[in-house]
Design a protein around this ligand. Structure first.
Ligand code: HPA
Ligand code: ZN
Length: 326
């Protein structure tokens, strides 16, 4: 079978997806009209045309501004429902979905609003087609650690709906060590830990995430090759990286897709996975990421199959459920 068909038809897991980064321009436009939010755009086409980024920060500025149209429970339901339907179309059978509570609580929108919307969509997808999901609550690292502590406290009634806690937003200048104490508390609560590291930041931030936060996975991590000892450690420990090729291209972490190091890392024996990060902002959902790896790097069928196995291996599913897909 041609590789394009395998990409579409084989079952996949997605482990690095920000739900706020799956907001389609059409839904943004519709919700802005619903809530009379004034956007700096005159049409859906203008929103799409604005998605040209220089770096992570230039993207984050638009991403947080876009999230301002999300106001009530039904908005969060529609956001989640729309992504879960994409999963169905793309044969993503399991998704570990990040959300940024501080982007909403800072605007006066509480956990009871977004969690109810997310849960309604998740339950409906589970009932209708057996969709499997886990939620990852992420702290915004440009805010103080004290805010992360209070967010963790606010989330208390929802701990049984949260599988892991992550760390995202502006990486440079906000190293993992800033959050060492709050992640110690997260681990005491029995939650898994992930952190964005080595996207724009140096290999040392990946070491900090490993040694100080004791992460179960690294999000991005593509800068790991700056440090050969780190590469060896990641291979030896089989500590997963959730890599996002189209994101790296759009945020200019790499100049061209054929410069991406994901297949080198895979061939070296690292547990790398492919993910879409913020698909509506970066020009493609998960399958488009795989297609571009084939087009630009010549990813072959064996590599594709290994990446798909890795997506389940690196997930937080119980061992018995992982084996079902591997
Ligand atoms: N990096 C950091 N923060 C983010 C990202 C990302 O790729 N996407 C959404 N928040
Ligand atoms: Zn991300």
């Amino acid at each position: 079978m041609a590789i394009e068909k395998l990409i579409q038809s084989l079952p996949k897991a997605e482990l690095h997806l920000h739900i706020e980064g799956s907001l389609e321009p059409a839904l943004m436009w519709q919700l802005a009209n619903k809530h009379q939010v004034v956007l700096p755009y005159q049409s859906v086409a203008e929103i799409e045309a604005a998605y040209q980024f220089e770096d992570l920060q230039s993207f984050l500025d638009l991403y947080y501004a876009g999230a301002d149209v999300l106001r009530d429970e039904d908005d969060f339901f529609q956001l989640m429902w729309s992504y879960l339907n994409k999963c169905r179309q793309e044969n993503i059978v399991h998704a570990e979905i990040m959300f940024d509570p501080q982007t909403h609580t800072e605007r006066g929108i509480g956990f009871e609003v977004f969690m109810a919307g997310f849960e309604r969509a998740i339950a409906q997808a589970r009932q209708q087609w057996g969709m499997s999901t886990l939620l990852i609550m992420s702290f915004l690292r440009h805010l103080p650690e004290a805010d992360a502590f209070s967010t963790l406290e606010e989330a208390r009634p929802y701990y049984d709906q949260i599988a892991a806690i992550g760390l995202d937003s502006s990486e440079l200048g906000h190293p993992p060590e800033k959050f060492e104490r709050v992640f110690a508390r997260v681990r005491e609560l029995g939650l898994k830990v992930v952190a964005h590291a080595g996207e724009e930041g140096p290999a040392d931030y990946i070491w900090q995430a490993i040694k100080l936060l004791e992460v179960d996975r690294i999000d991005h991590g593509v800068n790991c090759q700056q440090d050969q000892k780190l590469v060896e450690y990641l291979i030896q420990q089989q500590l997963p990286l959730t890599v996002c090729p189209l994101s790296n291209l759009k945020l200019k972490v790499i100049e061209k897709m054929d410069h991406h190091n994901i297949l080198q890392l895979l061939e070296a024996g690292m547990l790398v996975t492919v993910n879409s990060d913020d698909p509506t902002y970066f020009g493609g959902y998960l399958n488009e990421n795989y297609r571009q790896l084939h087009a630009a790097l010549g990813m072959n069928t064996a590599q594709l199959k290994q990446l798909l196995i890795n997506s389940f291996k690196a997930s937080f599913l119980p061992e018995s459920q992982k084996q079902h897909w591997i």
